[in-house]
Design a protein. Sequence first.
Length: 373
Amino acid sequence: MGKFVDQLNLQESLGGGEVYTRFLAKAFADLGWSTRLFVNPRATFWPALLPQGAQIVKLGSMEQLDRAISEKCSILLTHSALDAQSAQRIARRVRLVGILHMPLYERFPEGLRHYHRLIPVSRHVADSARSRGLEQISPVELLGVADTHPRGKKAPIRKRSCYDWDRRKFRDRLMGWFASCWPYASEGAPYERSAGALTLGIVSRLTPIKQFPLMFSFLAPIIARHAPLRLEIFGSGGYASIRDLRRALQPCASQVRFWGHQSDVGAVYRQLDYVLSGLPEKEALGLNLIEAQACGTPVLAVAAPPFTESVVDGQSGFLFEDPRKDGGAAFDALLEKLGGAGHRPDPREAVANLHRFSEEAFRDRLERALQGL
């Protein structure tokens, strides 16, 4: 008898969880599972994102989910927690499995109590779930895959809008309409590195969980003292997220450029000297740091979980003290070191670390995480 799994990801915008869904679908296929993905009808990026041949089912409501689950399906795997009532109902029909993409930091979806198994993406996430009394945690953390394939149609690096307009809000609908009327709204100047400058990059969705405004309230004045250092920001976010980030970066605004979302992240990483993380505790894994390392670009991250699970200090990048603890002193000293003639590590030489984020290793962890279901 064949093995069947249905996945559920109802996000409207493309982020790390959606990239995760892509390589999870491929791993299931490689393991011989038949799989379908239930998606939000307004999420138009899936056909270009998923592996060829992946089955996509548009789902208008949770009521439709009950009817859509196949009788052959043995597992329903969700990428965000169902509400308690839906989780309890569906768990009576199939084995209900959840990927824990985020630590349970200041949040606890009650539906998680009804899942048969919860699979964390990192030890940091697993620890947060156990601290909330959840016992059905897989002993295997999935980690992730260093997947740098283009997110959609491959395109050159050009300046694009850094805003994700929330169409549920009148303000965002109005501002999005004005932006679309601007003749250069779709794309602008091509990216060029600043000659002679140490180039740090952020390659990420600009969401609150990254805590970039808080981090740069400490780091922006330090960056300003290290000109000609440049900070290149690749990613998009909501209006408030971009507003708050721009305010925090004001002390070094002349050194910062925003480029918006780019489909070819591999090309972006290779243009940077180092990729910079956000603050750690709300992060689950840091896929962007893993991807950068696979491209040969070292990373800079706070010395705390989950970044300590994926970065080898001195080999695949450098870890520094949380600026909330030392006011940014360790980051300041690190920039001094990087701006000199110091060694720039090549993360590809940390072979054992990178192998942990290969498709082969991920497939093996997934198989072990599903045992017994």
